[in-house]
Ligand binder design. Structure first.
Ligand SMILES: [Zn+2]
Length: 173
């Protein structure tokens, strides 16, 4: 194989991977909420240096962080679990909203990990119909069915703007 042709294939492969990743991020932005605050997610293109090239990431404006997100149903049962059983994985932290949110995010990760390993959850949502107990969901919680055909806006964001901000922890999903 010619060197040039080989380079081309690598490039094609990279573009293909980037596209796949972007599609995955778009689906998660529509389907998921922030694991910390339960807020809506957005797509941001984080621009590095002067090249104007950027990597697209899912972002929570409320928490000001890069965030992979979780399905809203998982967020609701995680929140219920933390409230009901006073779960605290961070006993050395102060009793702040931030600690509470970190605990909810931790339970989201555990539930997601379990569901994924049971084969009922993928990056684009549940593979089986789910039915959550009304007590857990509460009356005020409405799960919206996302319009999967709608476009997701990607906003540019300067790398400096997120310098020093805490990014989402590695997620196991
Ligand atoms: Zn958030």
């Amino acid at each position: 194989m010619e060197q040039g042709e080989k380079m081309n294939l690598v490039e094609v492969e990279r573009i293909h991977k980037d596209k796949e990743r972007l599609e995955e991020l778009k689906i998660r932005t529509k389907n998921c909420c922030c694991r910390y605050c339960g807020g809506k997610l957005n797509l941001r293109r984080i621009l590095y240096g002067v090249t104007n090239n950027g990597r697209v990431e899912i972002f929570c404006d409320e928490c000001d962080r890069i965030e992979y997100g979780t399905n809203q149903e998982i967020y609701e049962i995680a929140k219920y679990y933390v409230d009901e059983f006073e779960f605290n994985h961070y006993p050395d932290n102060d009793d702040s909203l931030k600690t509470y949110q970190m605990n909810v995010a931790k339970i989201c990760d555990i539930i997601s990990w379990g569901c994924k390993n049971l084969g009922i959850l993928d990056y684009d949502g549940f593979k089986v119909p789910i039915n959550i107990n009304d007590t857990i969901m509460g009356e005020e919680v409405i799960i919206y069915k996302a319009d999967m055909n709608s476009e997701v806006e990607i906003r540019d964001m300067d790398e400096d703007a997120i310098f020093g901000r805490q990014t989402g922890v590695e997620t196991c999903l």
